[in-house]
Design a protein around this ligand. Structure first.
Ligand SMILES: [Zn+2]
Length: 358
């Protein structure tokens, strides 16, 4: 998978020659696997599967190395239609970061959602951000409890389970389950309506992953695996590192040494993760501000009910700021309509809209 020494030494690696070591036929730069030219494009595409934003995609690629890696990733994202067309599916971050306990599966959120006619239950751990999306046959207490039990049998019984006040969570049957499993169950109330934000954020992430996998025909399970292995940074690690204390193997080559179990400092996670999440929200707010004014003739991407999936040209500028008149390229001659809508310029489209951060 890495570049083997039997191949001629590629020129871009000359400046790093001294740092390169060979380990069982694989070339490493530190602990990063050096990817040969022939495989660089493939691996750049691989780390972008699931369509994380540019920064997250680069962090996802942290265990590999080639000199133009960041530029190659930017190129791929810049040309990625799925990223552009699903832009409107990005939802807002919670206003306040939800609490982070000092270990995995202590505070867990759960919620139901519908996507393409299927019902899903999502169960999410606050400490790691690790979420489990499950298709369910119905929204009954029995079905929901069955799924929750399967997660708790794997990761342990949480100190606190947070849900909304849907009928499946208020039923006698659910109360009985909570009592018999020693589970403290709390429901978001109108007075504290943000308490289920943990699960709501996971629902957004799950929907985005499903939608993007559906649109480019990639395997949603592989995309979730990748998402779970995308780090925030070296201190906070990835959801897999926070939840399982190790990286899990993926389709991306990882040096053996990096796959060994390693416990990340729980105190740092407890204090730094809420700050990071808050910072991320600020960045999203900043990046969502309208940018440079449009000119007549500019090619733009237009938001429809399906997302930013339509191209058009600006034919006339509107009087009001931040709105423009445009004509869709796909509009038929006989049906020339002028739409008033919020637009994004071609070069703005090249900014990959980020998926919720792991
Ligand atoms: Zn993409």
């Amino acid at each position: 998978m890495g570049w083997s020494k039997s191949e001629p030494e590629p020129k871009p690696f000359y400046p790093f020659c001294d740092e390169l070591i060979e380990d069982e036929g694989v070339i490493l730069k530190g602990q990063k696997i050096v990817v040969p030219k022939a495989l660089q494009r493939e691996y750049a595409n691989l780390v972008h599967s699931g369509h994380l934003g540019a920064e997250a995609t680069k962090r996802r690629a942290r265990d590999m190395y080639w000199p133009s890696m960041c530029r190659d990733i930017d190129d791929i994202i810049g040309q990625c239609n799925i990223c552009h067309s699903t832009k409107s599916h990005q939802s807002r971050e919670p206003l306040l970061p939800y609490p982070v306990p000092s270990r995995p599966w202590a505070i867990v959120g759960t919620d139901l959602f519908e996507w393409h006619g299927m019902i899903y239950l999502v169960t999410v751990d606050s400490y790691s951000g690790w979420f489990e999306p499950n298709t369910v046959k119905d929204t009954s207490t029995k079905t929901v409890v069955q799924k929750l039990k399967s997660h708790f049998s794997r990761f342990g019984i949480p100190d606190m389970l947070i849900s909304d006040s849907g009928s499946q969570f208020t039923s006698r049957e659910f109360k009985d389950f909570a009592v018999s499993w020693g589970l403290h169950h709390t429901m978001s109330s109108p007075h504290f309506h943000s308490s289920n934000e943990l699960a709501e954020k996971a629902v957004q992430s799950a929907k985005q992953l499903l939608e993007k996998s559906f649109r480019d025909g990639t395997d949603p399970y592989l995309n979730i695996l990748n998402w779970r292995n995308t780090p925030r940074d070296n201190t906070l690690g990835s959801p897999a590192q926070r939840n399982l204390s190790h990286r899990t193997t993926t389709t991306i080559p990882t040096a053996e040494a990096l796959l060994k179990p390693e416990i990340l400092d729980p105190e740092r996670i407890q204090h730094q993760l809420p700050e990071k999440r808050q910072q991320q929200k600020k960045n999203i707010d900043k990046s969502s501000k309208p940018l440079i004014p449009l000119q007549t003739g500019d090619t733009v991407r237009v938001q429809t009910a399906k997302g930013y999936d339509k191209l058009g040209n600006v034919v006339k500028l509107a009087d009001e700021p931040r709105s423009n008149l445009q004509k869709g390229k796909n509009t038929e001659e006989t049906d020339t309509i002028f739409l008033r809508c919020q637009l994004f310029q071609q070069h703005q489209m090249l900014t990959c809209f980020p998926l919720q951060q792991p």
